[in-house]
Design a protein around this ligand. Structure first.
Ligand code: NAD
Ligand code: 0WE
Length: 260
């Protein structure tokens, strides 16, 4: 049985085939969801249109969440194609590059703080504001977080604060729209080598360290994150809302297993 058949789900945050959002689209397509996509800018338009074809979708719309009117326009346009829909995947995060390298107190700036929180946390509730009247009962919303929201992880810096805000956002949105039968959750994913992770100092070394601590002794794949996302957006998860679910091989519960 396909557990997303009859569900229409909008997916944001695909940049390429390595994107977590791509793994989510793959898993949701496998479960027979009907998909629509957004792309951040014209540089990505063609690529996302081609990737959408892998999932039999020709609904590909622009949305740069740094401009509030882009979000409004997105849902005005989408409403002409999908009058109602059943799910939203928010897979967007951004901090200015200089905020992600160095000592937190020394590198954080007010400007960087504002941009990071706007793109990585506010954009989620901003999208919900604009689309909540279009969501069917039993809809589900999902965003992507990281353990840096609750642990001080070197170099993750202001992004960690924004993820803490995003997870609180999940709880407040869940409580706000739960009465409509709409659920809201986050997946806290383990580190994955995506575009957003490339260029992060010492990322390779971090992954090696990670594998030694993680109960499963390996990193997670975008397919695994995708399958959990598909479950959370399906009626199989009908009792789950306001949660941050770890898809990290168990890293968050473990400590070092062997020295060297
Ligand atoms: P990615 O680079 O493939 O995806 C990030 C996406 O954010 C891109 O598609 C980009 O276009 C989009 N984006 C950035 N600024 C935007 C804006 N102003 N408007 C619209 N879109 C914008 O990388 P990813 O790793 O797949 O990241 C997806 C999500 O997963 C992010 O929230 C990230 O924080 C989170 N996450 C990543 C990891 C990891 O290790 N890669 C782990 C846990 C959580
Ligand atoms: O959330 C993320 C990455 C988010 C991210 C990445 C970039 C790189 C390019 C946000 N903004 C930018 N801005 C850029 O200019 N992750 C969970 C992956 C990640 O990023 C880290 C990590 C991990 C894991 C940064 C430092 C330490 C660990």
């Amino acid at each position: 049985m396909s557990f997303l058949s009859g569900k229409r789900i909008l997916i944001t945050g695909i940049a390429n085939k390595l994107s977590i959002a791509y793994g989510i689209a793959q898993a949701m397509h496998k479960q027979k969801a009907e998909l629509a996509f957004t792309y951040q800018n014209n540089k990505l338009k063609n690529r996302v249109e081609n990737l959408a074809k892998h999932f039999n979708s020709d609904i590909v719309l622009p949305c740069d969440v740094s401009h509030n009117n882009n979000i409004q326009l997105l849902f005005v346009t989408l409403s002409k194609i999908w009058n109602k829909f059943d799910g939203l995947v928010h897979s967007i995060g951004f901090a200015p590059k200089n905020e992600l390298n160095g000592d937190y107190v020394d590198t954080v700036t007010y400007k960087g703080f504002k941009i990071t929180h706007k793109i990585s946390s506010y954009s989620f509730v901003s999208m919900v504001k604009e689309c909540k009247t279009m969501l069917n009962p039993n809809s589900a919303l999902l965003t992507l977080s990281y353990l840096g929201s609750e642990r001080a992880i070197p170099n993750y810096n202001v992004m960690g604060l924004a993820k803490a805000s995003l997870e609180a956002n999940v709880r407040y949105i869940a409580n706000s729209i739960g009465h409509k039968g709409i659920r809201v959750n986050a997946i806290s994913a383990g580190p994955v080598r995506t575009l957003a992770a490339s260029g992060i100092k010492n990322f390779r070394k971090m992954l090696e360290c990670y594998k030694r601590i993680t109960p499963l002794r390996r990193t997670v794949t975008i397919e695994e994150i995708g399958n959990s996302a598909a479950f959370l957006c399906s009626d199989l998860a009908s009792g789950i809302t306001g949660q941050t679910i770890y898809v990290d091989g168990g890293f968050n519960i473990a400590t070092i297993n062997e020295l060297l």
